[in-house]
Design a protein around this ligand. Structure first.
Ligand code: NAD
Ligand code: MG
Length: 375
């Protein structure tokens, strides 16, 4: 069997690092064909020394001592076109370009980057429908639902994605004003990049995930439920019409869904620690608190609104999170800024990638303007 050639985009990040661990264990199956990195030259060099990829893509002005180096979006597209499997684990909306390119070339996209579907879901789905490519979700909840659905459609009543509730699940709402970036970066169950960790604290990560689920599974918004489950052992549940629920359980370790996206439909042994039911005495479920976490409610609103609203939601959130991390705004101002930006949407063309990119750019500027007004 010939080895599958993997392009790992965002190789230096949290998902990138976990993907490398999976590849290390299955060297007989996969070959690291290309990587991309943004700013971490040191980490990228280490990956090159260990895996000897054919190509390295830099998405910033940083360079490695390496012959086959490509740059920017064109570089991402080139390696996405050539690889057998493209793991899209970059942060931000840049993931849309290699995703579309890989699908058009009939390749498998192992999609970790949720912003791609949140902002450009309809466009990516159109490309997918008219291609021989496939998207296998890496986000743990979506990997769980993907496995549970397994061809089931008509008999599905609702899907449930679980949320840990983040570090502030038990904090009184009036204390949220004062939380600092270092408090919000302490996730109770998952170890992830900074931006998604803040999104988990605001529960906007779950908001992005309901939009992602909508595009991946063609389930109407009111049938996508969020359930708070602090142990992060159950990742997704599917409720069937006869009242049966089926659930997916594992340790909270991204190496499990990453590996499944690479090997699907096969399963291989995993580098992740396995779940031991005897170590867990109880599994708790709670309703999400939409008042304490208004960003989650906004996500349902923009999903129902459709058009360019999800792209604006995502872009305004990303800017607000960066401003919070830099100490510019308060934690509770993140959803407030998003709300104001959405309210001011002057209207963009949601049918084209250019129209949505314009909406994205506008939302980032508007988020900064709104932050100035708040202070
Ligand atoms: P991270 O911040 O640890 O890593 C991001 C990677 O993207 C790095 O390699 C970085 O160099 C690269 N990058 C950053 N900015 C870039 C830009 N402008 N252009 C191109 N590349 C850029 O993030 P992460 O936690 O690994 O998350 C990556 C993606 O996967 C995000 O979209 C996130 O929502 C999604 N995701 C992550 C997890 C997780 O457990 N970490 C789970 C589900 C989904
Ligand atoms: Mg997730």
């Amino acid at each position: 069997m010939s080895k599958k050639r993997v392009a790992l985009l965002g190789a230096t990040g949290s998902i990138g690092t976990s993907t490398l661990e999976v590849l290390r264990l299955h060297r007989e199956r996969f070959e690291l064909f290309a990587i991309s990195f943004h700013s971490n030259v040191e980490k990228a060099s280490k990956i090159v020394d260990e895996f000897h990829p054919e190509y390295v893509v830099s998405t910033s002005n940083k360079k490695l001592e390496f012959e086959n180096q490509l740059f920017g979006i064109e570089g991402l597209k080139t390696v996405a076109h050539e690889a057998d499997i493209v793991v899209v684990a970059t942060g931000g909306i840049v993931g849309v370009f290699p995703t579309i390119e890989a699908l058009k070339a009939g390749k498998r996209v192992a999609l970790a980057n949720k912003e791609t579907l949140v902002s450009f879901g309809n466009i990516v789905k159109d490309v997918l429908r008219n291609s021989n490519g496939e998207i296998i979700p890496v986000d743990s909840e979506h990997s769980a639902i993907f496995q549970l659905l397994d061809g089931r459609r008509k008999e599905v009543k609702n899907i449930y994605i679980t949320a840990s509730g983040g570090p502030f699940r038990a904090k009184p709402v009036e204390e949220l004003q004062k939380v600092r970036p270092e408090d919000a970066l302490k996730h109770p169950t998952w170890s992830m990049g900074q931006k998604i960790t803040i999104d988990s604290a605001t529960m906007i990560n779950k908001g992005l995930e309901i939009i992602e689920a909508y595009h991946l599974f063609d389930v109407s918004p009111e049938r996508i439920k969020v359930v708070v489950h602090p142990q992060s052992i159950i990742h997704g549940m599917v409720e069937l019409v006869d009242g049966a629920f089926i659930a997916h359980l594992s340790t909270p370790d991204m190496k499990i869904p990453i590996q499944y996206a690479l090997t699907y439909p096969e399963r291989l042994s995993s580098p992740a620690k396995t779940f031991n039911p005897f170590e867990i005495s109880q599994l708790i479920f709670e309703k999400p608190d939409f008042e304490k976490f208004p960003g989650l409610k906004l996500a349902y609103d923009v999903l129902n609104e459709g058009r360019e609203y999800p792209a604006i939601f995502n872009a305004a959130n990303e800017e607000a999170v960066f401003m919070f991390l830099r100490g510019r705004i308060k934690f509770t101002e993140i959803p407030e800024i998003i709300r104001r930006v959405l309210e001011n949407n002057p209207g963009f063309d949601p049918e084209t990638l250019d129209g949505l990119l314009e909406a994205d750019q506008w939302a980032r500027q508007e988020a900064k303007r709104q932050a100035e007004r708040l202070t």
